[in-house]
Design a protein around this ligand. Structure first.
Ligand code: MOS
Length: 755
């Protein structure tokens, strides 16, 4: 990748620092010219094609597969079923820790959800493998599928999200409601949603003895390596995963999925490289998704409009065989002050693939209900919904009682409102029309997302020729991680970007943690920052202890690194190049190592979040109920901005997913069969350009000294959180109809109007 030309934007270039510059993507040219090789673009010599046969039922067992017919196909090489699947070192149903999710790897003939793998057909061509899979013509013993949130008795899950308690409260909500002068109770429903990255899961796997090399997209290389090592009973270092480019992920590539492992199993079974690519409809089952929710909010306020009680209850579902519960109610932990807050979750088990993290899990679903309820309450009080939010804005994090590590939310509200023109909004609904007679509505939603950080590692090298290398096994999902992380690396090493080789995207490099939880830039970035500082410190030791150096005696803290030179801090006329320092010491290079981890002291003293305020304008046809978002503006405070171009793009992308949540996305499950009826991109609607005409993300300046030394917060997921509620509230403002079921489709608007 060192040959990628670094394109620089002509605007806002800040000299002397790589961080903060709006560079374009380092990999952009490769991607738009087709030179970037994605996993499925690999075709090693002798490669065979594997195709999954998947279950057409949601519950029961596979009674018969016509393996003989498939094997009789002249170009089919092998058919793997539970009867002949090579043994694994670990039971795929073993739950070694709460974050190891059970996989379907042909361990038996049981069917637990539709689109579960029931066989793998390997052939010389994709067409033959596809035909072979069809020839299997499965027969099933079918049991009735349990579908929907009322399919089974509910229970309190052991945990929600990633290890959060299912029930949390502070103060007495019932007493708070009793003491309130105004109360509302409202229920909101959100549908199942699927990740739908442009690139489906794909793997090209090749074994050499007990060494496995694979090309597959991954948001967490070391996690994938560890999972495969356990399943195959080989050391993790025997597994080499290449994942330089991901065609999107949204969470579904965070953990290696069953189909990817089946690709590696297939390659081992036939002793040849094998390619396995999921068809779009096969993504609706085995790779995680967002479960549906039904959320009930009860709010109470006093005479002045101050929140006295906030109760947020969520009902959601997991699969019959594993635990992941969408932590929607947790959204009420972090935004609004209330004397009493209670959040709770209940779950049921249904015949679906296990839900997993998808695009702001919990925050997206929970904030749409919370922001809708806040809007309802504001209007019940006759208050402007922005003023109502400002009145109830939390000075300290409501549930934990910790102060926020930085408080830029008010500024987000202020800048967003001003730019949007919020002051001109009519208070009551159905007051605004455009020249064509369309109803116009304006809505606001608060955005929030925790500023997380995981453990990461990086290695830095400064070379005698004045160049440098930074290595970390990071993941570019399309968000621009390579570009932003290389900017951090260049600053950390005191090099011009052109002299830096940034190596990333394979499991052979130091573990950079997971590209999830919007924490990748902070996690990998801090490891890079520390590795660079370590290398520079070693170099400074050489120079400042050497009488022949102009830096002699300056002390390690007395020098600064810039442009491939060390300078005396107190006298910048005295400097020396990295090359000269290394040359005199007779060294070809010097190395530095860095790790990153959240600071436990800061974590226990502060609540850490990114914030934002999103403003939406919608136009609604009064007769047909047809809705369009015509303007969307978000103001976000997300710590130090490494690359404003990438960050704006991330925030805008998140906002588009917010529009999608509000108006488009839903998987429709057939109540009789348990199958997804719209498991394709033609009928599973997402916004296209025409759905999002004007989109703007304002970056509100924020210096947060507590999150990490660089002040980095995440921006990957926050955009969706305020937007879905803002759009829903704008629809209400246009029509007077309060959306309670998502997505807000026109039939739902028209139905409510008739009611
Ligand atoms: Mo994300 S849903 O943290 O990849």
């Amino acid at each position: 990748m060192s040959d990628i030309a670094l394109a620089r934007s002509r605007v806002h270039v800040r000299h002397g620092s790589n961080i903060g510059q709006p560079l374009t993507r380092r990999d952009g040219v490769l991607k738009v010219t087709g030179a970037a090789k994605y996993a499925a673009d690999h075709n090693p010599p002798g490669m065979l094609y594997a195709v999954l046969a998947v279950s057409g039922i949601a519950r029961g067992r596979v009674a018969f597969l016509d393996v003989a017919a498939a094997k009789a196909h002249p170009r089919v090489v092998e058919v793997i079923t539970p009867a002949n699947r090579p043994a694994l070192a670990q039971d795929p149903d073993e739950k070694s820790n709460p974050f190891t999710f059970r996989l379907d790897l042909l361990q038996n003939d049981e069917v637990r959800y539709a689109n579960q793998a029931i066989a793998v057909v390997i052939a010389e061509t994709l067409e033959a493998a596809t035909e072979g899979a069809t020839l299997l013509a499965p027969r099933y013993e079918v049991e009735p599928a349990r579908v929907g949130l009322d399919a089974a008795t509910s229970f309190v899950p052991p945990a929600v999200g990633v290890g959060n308690p299912a029930e949390v409260h502070r103060g007495d909500v019932e007493a708070g409601l009793a003491a309130s002068t105004r109360k509302i109770a409202a229920t909101y429903e959100t549908p199942p949603q699927y990740h739908n990255p442009m690139e489906p899961h794909a793997i090209v796997a090749a074994w050499d003895g007990d060494t496995l090399s694979i090309d597959t997209p991954s948001q967490g290389l070391a996690l994938a390596q560890g999972r495969l090592a356990g399943l195959f009973g080989i050391p993790p270092e025997n597994i080499h995963i290449r994942s330089p480019f991901l065609g999107g992920g949204f969470g579904c590539k965070g953990l290696i999925s069953g189909p990817q492992v089946l690709g590696a199993i297939a390659a081992r079974a036939v002793g040849k490289p094998v390619k396995l690519v999921l068809r779009r409809e096969q993504m609706y089952g085995p790779v995680g998704h967002r479960a549906p929710t039904r959320q009930t909010l009860r709010l109470g306020v006093d005479d002045s409009g101050k929140l006295m009680a906030l109760d947020h209850r969520t009902k959601t579902m997991s699969s019959t065989f594993d635990d992941f519960f969408e932590p929607a109610s947790d959204a009420s932990h972090t935004l609004y002050a209330s004397a009493a807050i209670a959040t709770s979750h209940e779950g049921i088990r249904a015949d679906i693939g296990t839900p997993l993290a998808m695009r702001a899990p919990g925050e997206a679903t929970g904030s749409v209900a919370l922001e809708s309820a806040m809007d309802e309450m504001a209007h019940a009080c006759g208050m402007d919904p922005l003023a109502f939010r400002l009145k109830n804005y939390a000075e300290v994090e409501p549930i934990s009682g910790k102060p926020f590590s930085s408080k830029a939310l008010r500024e987000c509200y202020r800048q967003g409102a001003e730019r949007f023109g919020w002051a001109r909004r009519a208070l009551a609904p159905r007051q605004m029309r455009d020249p064509d007679g369309l109803l116009v509505g304006w809505g606001v939603g608060t955005a929030t997302f925790p500023a997380l950080m995981f453990a990461g590692n990086a290695k830095a090298v400064l070379r005698h020729d004045g160049s440098g290398v930074m290595e970390t096994g990071a993941h570019d999902m399309g968000q621009g991680a390579w570009t932003a992380l290389a900017q951090i690396a260049a600053d950390a090493l005191g090099l011009d970007l052109e002299r830096l080789e940034f190596r990333s995207g394979t499991s052979d490099l130091p573990d950079a943690g997971i590209a999830g939880g919007s924490a990748h830039t902070a996690t990998a970035g801090m490891a890079i920052h520390n590795a660079g500082a370590d290398a520079v410190a070693r170099l400074a030791d050489l120079a400042t202890n050497d009488e022949r150096s102009p830096l002699f005696g300056a002390g390690n803290a007395g020098v600064i690194a810039r442009g491939g030179r060390l300078f005396r801090r107190d006298d910048e006329s005295r400097s020396e190049s990295y090359s000269d320092i290394l040359g005199r010491a007779g060294l070809a290079q010097i190395e530095g190592h860095g790790t990153s981890a959240a600071d436990p002291a800061a974590q226990s003293n502060y609540a850490m979040h990114a914030h934002g305020a999103v403003f939406a304008e919608v136009k609604v046809d009064p007769d047909l109920g047809q809705m369009r978002v015509t303007r969307l503006l978000g103001a976000f405070a997300a710590g130090r901005i490494i690359n404003p171009r990438m960050v704006q793009s991330q925030l805008q992308g998140g906002m588009i997913w917010g529009v999608s949540f509000a108006l488009h996305e839903q998987a429709v499950i057939d109540a009789r069969s348990g199958r997804t009826m719209n498991a394709n991109l033609a009928e599973y609607h997402i916004p296209v350009n025409a759905d999002v005409p004007s989109l703007e993300a304002i970056l509100v300046e924020e210096r947060d000294p507590h999150v990490n030394a660089l002040g980095i917060k995440g921006v990957g997921e926050i955009g969706i959180t305020g937007t879905a509620g803002a759009v829903a509230n704008a629809v209400w403002h246009a029509t007077g109809i309060r959306p309670r079921k998502f997505p807000i489709t026109l039939d739902r608007l028209i139905e409510s109007r008739g009611a």
